[in-house]
Design a binder for this molecule. Sequence first.
Ligand code: HEC
Length: 197
Amino acid sequence: MKNILIIGLASMSLLSSCALIADKKDPGWEYAPQMYVSHPYEPYTQVEDNAINADGKNMRAPVEGTIARSGIGYDNTKLALMYNYPIHKDSLEMAARMLKNPLEATPANLEKGQYFYGKYCTPCHGAEGKGDGSVGQIYGGVPNYQASYIVNQPSGHIYHVITKGKGRMWAHGTQIRPEERWQIVMYVNKLRGYTGE
Ligand code: HEC
């Protein structure tokens, strides 16, 4: 009797083991799935169709026009407007090469650039960008935008410095929106007499 029971148990486990199941994706018999399948809908798991969302998925599809937060292999215009654009602080040359000002060079944009420059940059850099702002004089090391190593840098370089900071200058990416940073870049270009991209 005991032997029959053991044989019976052994053949049951053999039959239910994955080796005998043709479809490799079939998990076979699951023991007490309610122990690990969440009863509420979870965005990162999908066991059954979601009865509430129209497409049956737990995770909602991103709304139209959503911009991915990572990956740099796409449209530079979008990249230039991303809130957390993925270029490292030290990769200034890469930013200078990749980022293009997505805004049109209109008088209205330039005027806004002047306004934001006055708010965020004048204290250190001075109204004319000569590095002689009242804070800058005490802070020290603030360059003149007309210095040879700054004057011909592409707009992407200036944008990156504003966003991530450089050397003794702190990052402004969390205080100033991408569009406003590009408007500031336009005004800095005017101050340094730069007409390139
Ligand atoms: C607290 C003072 C301070 C503020 C505010 C500040 N900067 Fe600077 N900035 C500096 C200093 C200091 C440097 C020199 C950085 C270094 O190389 O160490 C610098 C450097 C720069 C450079 C030259 C970068 C290069 O290629 O070497 C640019 C362009 C610039 N700042 C733009 C701006 C703009 C635009 C703003 C406003 C959004 C701004 N800064 C706000 C202090 C400041």
